[in-house]
Write a protein that binds this ligand. Structure first.
Ligand code: AMP
Length: 597
């Protein structure tokens, strides 16, 4: 397993990621992805897009990252998107109160679920000290701290706005339009890969908990009464589950099962959530997560976000801790109902019945020539209230008078003026609010997992080397090409041609002619480049063989391969048609390592 310090050091040295704004003393919680890291991250995003947008047949959008206050009033983030904050009176440092408890008290894994008061009590009971200065935190108030970054839209006092704390809201608020693009047909899914912002109280562990990060989210809109996921596609996918019941039990264990069985046995309540867990399992495997250090954990009741009816997290084991890398939430109709209530638009779809139906409907047709003179400006509101009352409680119109509320006042109206009737109406369908199932992936945490799970050390030629065993699809560079020495024009010319030919074949190539071959191999091993090609004298035209050496990263094994075959053979490896092992058996391992000689 990678030592965290080694990995952070490698990340910085090799240009994966580093703390931002170092020249100005750094800004906690903000990281810059360097050349290798940005490339790796883009490859992860491309693989996600391939699976969750393309292969699942969804549409991708790109929404703004700043949204007006009204959106977050509706979504509940303004009120409910809080973490527990405790500040040290001595040194002023801020801490996540629930994390302090979890770190200090052995059998508490989810302190947030205990509530703010109990967390305050526990800090006092255990006389917890400030991790920064050691002063006692007992008796310090624990407060809710809203995680959204606030800003102002436009000059002057402007209109309050917020950096979005999840990409999801950018999809929900556009639902009235997005459903049109989906021709009003459920189910449909919309994806988005983009930045989210959370003013984390104590950012930590490198890019694991930061204040600006990339999410890849899918919002799957379904008719909860009709739409079933294609579970058959993932029935046999094997998963490691850690349901809430097991987490409560003293001797709780993981359940190794298949998605199909987990649904049959009710371990995963929602078939849609189960479906996405199955798809995600395959995707994580594809991008190179070590599946022995991976599990799906169900949220405990107190841990669930304000919108979630059920939630499972994908977790990877990093440095001995389990880290949430994706969340799979059944959000029900929460978001669309809220936006429907708070906005002017309709967040429903029209569901057509197989056959039109006839229904009896209570209606009123108020006589406005009587209502107007009697109630003046309130008349229109009263007319609406009468219709409401007719639908809710038609029996009220059996009396001579009915009382309704409009604009906060009560009005008594002569029933005759209301013109109440029961009418037969034909309805061809109804407006329903879709439910939402949401797989939400953290891209940065996936990147970190791949680095940590891919990090290995071994001995080559009597020296310890470290390398990153990244999947070819994800590695920042597919192939590195070296001329054996840089001061031989003929070698450089062939190496340049080989680079160009590989690039033309769509393979990403890094050309490197600086330092000894050994150093160049080490550099490429550490950034996870799957293959290195070295051009030596045998690669020169006119020589009998016209070959180059091809070295595989993980085994450090080398073969000689004709220059003319190189691009095709590599492409076949990258597309999964063959392995390096297949190539070795055809071309034979190089017995002595000529390139390091
Ligand atoms: P959540 O909406 O909290 O379930 O977050 C969805 C995903 O975003 C998580 O599974 C993480 O992978 C990622 N994420 C959430 N908060 C952070 C953060 N502060 N830093 C990095 N990634 C995060």
């Amino acid at each position: 397993m990678a030592d965290q310090q080694d990995l952070m050091e490698l990340a910085k040295r090799r240009g994966f990621f580093f703390g931002s704004n170092g020249a100005y003393g750094g800004t906690a919680g903000f990281y810059t992805f360097g050349p290798e890291g940005a490339s790796l991250k883009h490859n992860v995003e491309a693989a996600w897009r391939d699976q969750f947008t393309l292969r699942l047949g969804n549409d991708e959008i790109e929404a703004p990252t700043i949204m007006p206050e009204a959106v977050f009033e509706a979504s509940g983030h303004l009120d409910g998107f809080d973490d527990m904050l405790v500040e040290c009176a001595e040194c002023g440092a801020s801490h996540r109160a629930d994390h302090l408890i979890e770190d200090a008290v052995n059998d508490i894994e989810d302190a947030e679920a205990l509530g703010i008061e109990r967390v305050g009590e526990l800090i006092a009971e255990h006389d917890l000290a400030c991790p920064a200065c050691g002063a006692s935190l007992a008796g310090e108030p624990v407060e809710d701290f809203n995680l959204m970054f606030e800003t102002s839209i436009g000059p002057g006092s402007g209109q309050p706005g917020y950096m979005r704390p999840e990409t999801a809201q950018g999809i929900f608020v556009e639902f009235p339009r997005l459903k049109e693009y989906a021709r009003g047909q459920l189910p449909f899914g919309v994806t988005q890969i983009g930045t989210a912002y959370r003013n984390e109280i104590s950012p930590r562990r490198g890019i694991i908990r930061v204040r600006e990060f990339t999410q890849a989210e899918l919002e799957q809109f379904i008719d909860p009464e009709e739409d079933e996921p294609p579970l058959g596609e993932v029935d046999d996918v094997e998963v490691t589950l850690y349901p809430a019941t097991e987490q409560h039990a003293d001797d709780g264990e993981y359940i190794e099962t298949t998605i199909g069985e987990a649904v049959d046995e009710g371990i995963i309540g929602s078939p849609w959530v189960a479906y996405f867990l199955g798809i995600a399992q395959g995707w994580y495997e594809r991008v190179g997560v070590d599946m022995d250090r991976f599990r799906f954990r169900q949220h405990l009741a107190g841990e669930r976000a304000h919108y979630a009816a059920d939630c499972w997290d994908a977790e990877s084991e990093i440095g001995g801790n389990w880290i949430e890398i994706a969340g799979f939430a059944y959000r029900g109709d929460y978001d669309l109902t809220k936006h429907g209530e708070y906005s002017e638009d309709r967040f429903t779809v029209f569901k057509r019945y197989d056959e039109p139906i006839t229904v009896e409907k209570a209606v009123v047709d108020p006589d406005m020539s009587a209502l107007g003179p009697e109630f003046g400006g309130a008349a229109a509101g009263i007319a609406e209230a009468l219709q409401d009352l007719a639908e809710r409680n038609p029996d009220a119109f059996d009396q001579d008078e009915v009382t309704v509320e409009a604009n906060g006042e009560e009005y008594t109206v002569d029933t005759e003026i209301a013109n109440f009737a029961i009418e037969e109406q034909t309805e061809s369908g109804e407006h329903i609010t879709p439910h939402v199932v949401e797989p939400s992936f953290g891209v940065g945490r996936t990147v970190y997992t791949l680095l940590e799970h891919g990090y290995s050390e071994d001995e080559v030629d009597g020296e310890t080397r470290s390398y990153l065993s990244l999947a070819p699809e994800i590695a920042p560079t597919n192939v590195a090409v070296f001329p054996l020495v840089s001061n031989d024009d003929a070698l450089v010319a062939v190496a340049t041609d080989v680079s160009q030919a590989l690039r033309q074949a769509g393979i990403s190539v890094s050309y490197d002619d600086s330092g000894s071959i050994g150093r160049r191999y080490r550099r490429q091993d550490e950034v996870g480049t799957p293959f290195c090609v070295t051009v030596d004298q045998d690669g020169l035209e006119g020589n009998d063989e016209d070959t180059v050496t091809l070295r595989e990263r993980d085994s450090a094994a080398q073969i000689r391969i004709p220059v003319a075959e190189l691009a095709d053979e590599l492409e076949a490896i990258f597309s999964g048609e063959q392995t390096f092992g297949d190539l070795s058996s055809r071309y034979g391992d190089v017995e002595t390592d000529v390139t390091t000689a």
